[in-house]
Design a protein around this ligand. Structure first.
Ligand code: OAD
Length: 264
């Protein structure tokens, strides 16, 4: 355990047919994006009930639109960090070896995709997209960028209000994302649960389900999450530091198992 993770985890990764990564805001913390519940996080400055629900939006659309416009500016200016890049490197390696890899994320910041991850299942939507609350038409960035404190953005076709494509409190998760996440959880040999407090349901059910279905579940977090004692391994550390080291250890384990196969 010199690097903070176990040999069992490394061996499980090297032998896995499908790895599922489950991420939360902590994986983007080293990119300079505030988490929700850490001290100074977003929900200590803004109350979710004031901003992240449909009633708040309908009562004060320009406030909610400008808040999301600002969040989008922050994530667009941020860069993927070493953690995002290591996750993308894992996926590339798995695909090259004819295996499967899935990133199930609660994040809406698009950083996994920008780091090169391909199979990204978004449970809570993505700030990069907007749509009309009335006619559901996709709305362009240019439209949403016109949001200002006193004039809400309306759909150019039906005059409905334009909203970000993110899941708000009280809303259902996108059906297809849940289906895909459950499928990955059921079939995963290993689940890496990264940078999430694991207190928001139904999302937090996904790594627990993976464990119930037989996956080895390990978390990487600067402190134990709400599910730390229900899983196989809790690794304490920053994802941008632990993940690159874990990827290197996994590569070595794959290499040495290939060598021993060749010798036999
Ligand atoms: P939280 O803010 O609840 O949790 C962030 C987690 O990241 C905490 O457990 C931190 O300890 C951990 N963390 C912070 N920095 C880290 C680092 N460098 N490396 C590893 N871990 C680190 O964020 P989420 O769990 O993502 O939902 O929150 C879940 C959902 O709650 C969000 O998707 C959002 C929010 O309400 C919606 O908006 C629907």
């Amino acid at each position: 355990m010199s690097k903070g993770f176990s040999d069992i985890l490394v061996q499980r990764l090297a032998r896995a047919r499908l790895v599922m990564v489950f991420t939360g805001a902590g994986v983007s913390a080293e990119s300079g994006i505030a988490t929700f519940r850490d001290p100074g996080g977003m929900w200590s400055k803004f109350k979710p009930e004031e901003l992240a629900n449909v009633n708040a939006f309908l009562n004060n659309p320009s406030l909610v639109q400008t808040w999301y416009k600002e969040r989008k500016r922050v994530v667009t200016e941020a860069e993927p960090n070493a953690g995002h890049l290591a996750i993308a490197a894992f996926e590339r390696d798995f695909l090259e070896r004819g295996l499967e890899f899935a990133v199930v994320t609660q994040n809406v910041d698009n950083l996994h995709q920008r780091a090169g991850s391909k199979n990204v299942i978004e449970l809570h939507g993505n700030l990069a997209r907007n749509y009309c609350y009335e006619c559901k038409r996709d709305a362009s960035d240019e439209e949403m960028n016109t949001a200002s404190d006193d004039e809400p953005v309306h759909c150019v076709q039906c005059s409905g209000l334009v909203r970000p494509d993110v899941v708000w409190f009280g809303e259902q998760l996108p059906y297809q994302s849940i289906e895909d996440a459950v499928d990955a959880a059921r079939r995963a040999s290993v689940c890496l649960c990264i940078g999430t407090s694991a207190v928001v349901y139904p999302a937090a059910q996904i790594p627990l389900m993976a464990g119930e279905e037989g996956a080895y579940v390990a978390e990487i977090n600067i402190e134990p999450s709400a599910i730390a004692y229900q899983i196989d391994e809790s690794i304490q550390g920053k994802s941008g530091e632990v993940l690159p080291a874990l990827f290197e250890a996994y590569k070595e384990a794959v290499l040495s198992s290939n060598q021993s196969i060749n010798l036999n």
